[in-house]
Design a protein around this ligand. Structure first.
Ligand code: MD3
Ligand code: FE
Length: 217
């Protein structure tokens, strides 16, 4: 049976896969709630629209961003930091939906991190051509907390490097519904996203959305 044989392909397995020490890929972990997540994203970005932030060096990021939760990640000429209010509206960021918190807590537990309670959710929107250069996530107070990322829409190639910028990078394809938990020894590794290729996703069209959950404070 051709269809049954497909389930034996390691490429599409739903088994958790260790990418590196402290980095666990949970393939398709968010698939069952994908529409619910996307409806919540729509509500959030109606209140706090996607915007292209400036880097401290004065460049405009190709990825458009918004946030929900008690803290939102922002960047401008003054630097990278977390803010409780959206600089565009002066209002607190939209609350983190219960569906986000529940999914992320379950994923973190599945990867061995109990009691992960994120206070920040960065929402990244990639259109074809957008990319994220190699960087570390180090603006958070407690680096012992993991980071959980949820990929939705068009597939992307994730770059996973080492603890210095010059270390070799591993390329990991991330598909719609994939969840990755990054913690422990992986927490400060350099990472990035290669330029998004054009394509059409059934739910999101020509877009990729990534939700990045962090404990900022
Ligand atoms: C690996 N976003 O917003 S999150 C970011 O697809 C960011 O938009 C990516 O990197 C995106 O900062 C993917 C994946 C991620 C986050 C933190 C990490 C991977 C990580 C920390 C250490 C190692
Ligand atoms: Fe990052």
């Amino acid at each position: 049976m051709q269809t049954l044989a497909l389930f034996d392909e390691p490429e599409i397995s739903r088994e958790p896969k260790q990418i590196a020490d402290g980095a666990m890929l949970l393939p398709g972990f968010a698939l069952a709630v994908d529409r619910e997540l996307l409806e919540a994203v729509e509500r959030i970005v109606t209140a706090a629209p996607f915007r292209h932030l400036q880097t401290p060096g004065g460049l405009t990021m190709s990825v458009a961003m918004s946030n929900c939760g008690h803290q939102g990640w922002v960047s401008d000429r003054r630097g990278y930091r977390y803010e409780a209010c959206d600089p565009l509206s002066g209002q607190p960021w939209p609350a983190m939906p219960e569906s986000f918190a529940a999914l992320v807590s379950t994923a973190a537990t599945a990867a061995g991190f109990e009691d992960f309670k994120p206070d920040a959710c960065l929402i990244n929107r990639y259109l074809p051509g957008a990319k994220m250069s190699l960087h570390q996530d180090r603006d958070e107070r407690d680096l012992s907390a993991p980071i959980v990322s949820v990929s939705l829409g068009l597939p992307a190639v994730f770059q996973f490097g080492g603890l210095t910028r010059k270390d070799a990078v591993q390329r990991v394809p991330l598909m719609h519904g994939d969840v990755v938990v990054w913690g422990g020894a992986a927490r400060l590794r350099f990472h990035g996203v290669l330029m998004l290729k054009a394509g059409q996703h059934v739910l999101l069209g020509e877009r990729r959305i990534n939700l990045t959950f962090r404990r900022a404070r």
